[in-house]
Write a protein that binds this ligand. Sequence first.
Ligand code: AMP
Length: 423
Amino acid sequence: MSEATPARTRLSAIKGTKDILPREVRAWQRAEGIVRRIFELYGYREIRTPVFEATELFEKGTGQTSDIVIKEMYTFTDKGGRSITLRPEYTPSVVRAIIEHRLYIQPEPLRFYYIGPMFRYDKPQKGRYRQFHQIDIEVFGESDPAIDAEIVEMADFLLQELHVSDTETLVNSVGCRKCRPAYIRELRRAAQAVSGSLCADCQRKVTTNPLRIFDCKVEACQELARRFPEITGYLCPECEAHFRSFRAYLDLYGIPYRVEPRLVRGIDYYTKTTFEITTAKLGAQNAVIGGGRYDDMMKDFGGPDICGIGFAAGMERLLSVARLEKQSESFMFIAYLGDEAKKAALRLARGLRRKSVECLFEFKERSLKTQLSRASKLGAEWSLIIGEEEIKRGRFKLKNMKTGSQQEVSQKEIFDILTKRIP
Ligand code: AMP
């Protein structure tokens, strides 16, 4: 190597991030199509917010004692000296947007959905990435427990449409600002008694927020936490009635569920309902969908006193367990020989694409046989063969790649055959 030649460095994607390659993108698009269709069926409308926000938004929203804020945020100082964070979750951003644009005064339903990337600096492993994608819904201004059940029912429908099997729905109530303090006191007392056996992180949580001990993934901590008092015994009459009614609506829908009193879901803002849907098809990271109610966030952010509820699902996890029907590629490959045929192919493709027929050809001098084998490898439904002879006669060979049958067609007939398939 001469001195002027720089050493070759292999550039690769950052740990915990993934390229979604063209061969995988079709599945993403199909799943996203299903997601959008279902969300819109329930009256949700898409909202898109920036990928980065002021760090303070998540500290205030997601919560100072959550693992996300303590350990997992991608935070940096920008050139203007502001502390910026790549969003680790979506709810605080949408609440900020609602307040900022006063969306709450509009006559539209306050049901929003979103599909996009999130960022968390956690230890990467199967099903856990540093950039991952969430689908997310949020409802504002509905305090009736019927909505809590309706979003679980929508999540259930979504999983059915994606053919995700072996699911289990876990539900809980984490109470409210009225009843939770008494429970936290009892929980702290129980945690303090075994503090020496908890991991260092959980020992800190005993003082900061013992509820977060339930999020710990260390087996010994989980074992100890199983003997801690359960929140369900401390709910105030309002939270208790809400939880009962939520479950009754789930029964009405015929959705089986299990009450899991330790389901606190890692985020500080939840009030009343929390839920999670897991699947046995995933390994350690078995939660596909998780959500809950957050009745105080809007007013804590300085907005009106409007309650909220929502859920999020990880697209990577959903896709790893979804069974999506393969859709056949329906495009036409144009195989041509010679310069005149190339010109005819260019003109023909231009017309066909304007009629929504997907056409593909490659600008390489290749034999007809090689071009047809390329067409078959690419999964073309049709191949059109144009040679000098065909141009002279004004008739081309159209080959159905699935059946192998071939017919001679005029330019007009090509349009008729290919465009009549398109509604
Ligand atoms: P959360 O925002 O923590 O309530 O998570 C909601 C859903 O997002 C989970 O059920 C997962 O499907 C997905 N999820 C959360 N964290 C990750 C991650 N680091 N990598 C991939 N998916 C994730």
